[in-house]
Ligand binder design. Structure first.
Ligand SMILES: *Cc1c(COP(=O)(O)O)cnc(C)c1O
Length: 377
């Protein structure tokens, strides 16, 4: 049986990228290695839509989040945390670890933090040094209005630090135009690579704050990465096979064009949402993002058993809810190297499994709705 990966990280990797990973390992301080890092960094700047340099850290995405917080904030400083799910809570965990004074703006899972809530928090906390936000809250499928957040934070002295892991490369995101001071992403979501690299962009406003901050972490101090990247290098041995492979996946994005990529994800998300509704199911996110579709498990259906059956019988691997959301939602990723016909297959399999479990759904209704929406009908 063919294994089909629909989890919102890791995601499928294109063939030409997999072939890069099969090549012999090379030395990481060679002129060739520097040229590859430089080329990958230029392509990352394009994906981030920034003229800032983008720093590459060998770690999962959380390493980038840790680097952002530890490099820019001192113990006891105040930060406004916007949290709408598990990944907002990851920010909370990092902030706590470094002794930051947290002012939390919290909404229930499935809801989005609004610009009005941020505005009120900024007004009530003029001494806040940073705002922590999440572009795509992968645990619930919510997408946040970072353009509006950026406008609000730009008027203050605080820096806006964005977790764009799973969002960047799937949803529209303009690092410079939207005043996003630090943006973090990871390789294994929309950037079509296995796990292992984190990427961080930092603008002038954030560097000012970072340069005045005490050293709080050795490996993740962003100043080290800035110094090295000026010479197209990294401070420590990088996962250089992944850097080569990332260059290959980014070439794909370059060739497609970032606006076309955003439009492709938007079209896919629209079609997926139409399928969900036609099947008599509900979307979990009130402000859904374009990288994944999160479906509420209907009453009377065993959510986790449904996913197990999809994988065991048909090879489709979707993601369950995390922590206390387990069994309550299904998360279907359509970011990166996933096309409409694969997503159609996932809905066809879901229809079959649901019908077998006794949930009333006419085979083909979701598939037909997907096709119609995809065709713009
Ligand atoms: C996947 C994900 C993370 C965690 O990244 P790791 O690579 O597992 O450290 C953080 N934030 C968001 C929004 C994610 O989707």
């Amino acid at each position: 049986m063919k294994a089909r990966l629909f989890t919102p990280g890791p995601t499928p990797v294109p063939e030409e990228t997999l072939l890069e990973l099969a090549k012999p390992v090379t030395y990481h301080r060679s002129a060739e290695a520097k040229a590859i890092l430089a080329e990958m960094t230029e392509d990352l700047k394009y994906v981030f839509q920034t003229t800032n340099t983008v720093l590459t850290i060998t770690s999962s995405g959380t390493g980038g989040m840790d680097a952002a917080v530890s490099s820019s904030l001192a113990a006891g400083e105040k930060a406004i945390l916007l949290t709408a799910g598990r990944w907002g809570e990851r920010w909370r965990g990092v902030l706590k670890a470094y002794g930051i004074n947290i002012v939390a703006v919290e909404v229930p899972y499935g809801k989005a933090v609004t610009p009005e809530m941020l505005d009120a928090a900024l007004k009530a906390n003029p001494d806040a040094k940073a705002v922590l936000a999440t572009l795509s809250e992968t645990s619930t499928g919510v997408g946040h209005d970072l353009e509006a957040f950026g406008k609000l934070v730009a008027k203050t002295d605080a820096i806006l630090i964005v977790d764009a892991i799973s969002g960047l490369g799937a949803m529209e995101c303009h690092t410079d135009k939207w005043n996003l001071d630090i943006v973090v992403t990871g390789s294994q979501k929309a950037l079509m690579l296995p796990p292992g690299l984190a990427f961080v962009s930092v603008n002038e406003k954030a560097w000012k704050k970072i340069d005045a901050n005490p050293v709080r972490n050795f490996y993740l101090d962003l100043r080290r990465y800035r110094k090295s990247i000026a010479e197209s290098d990294t401070p420590f041995t990088p996962a250089n096979t992944l850097i080569k492979a990332q260059r290959a996946s980014l070439k794909r994005i370059r060739a497609e064009g970032i606006e076309n990529l955003w439009a492709r994800h938007a079209k896919m998300a629209t079609a997926a949402r139409a399928a969900v509704k036609a099947m008599g199911l509900e979307l979990f996110a009130e402000r859904p993002n374009n990288g994944l579709t999160v479906i509420t498990v209907p009453a009377g259906v065993d959510g986790s058993a449904t996913l197990k059956a999809m994988e065991k019988k048909y090879g489709f691997k979707l993601a369950d809810g995390q922590d206390n959301m387990k069994g309550k939602i299904w998360r279907l990723s359509h970011m990166g190297y996933t096309d409409a016909f694969e997503v159609l297959g996932a809905f066809a399999a879901l229809e079959l499994v649901l019908a077998e479990s006794g949930f009333k759904v006419e085979p083909g209704v979701g598939v037909a709705a997907f096709q119609k929406a995809f065709a713009g009908k």
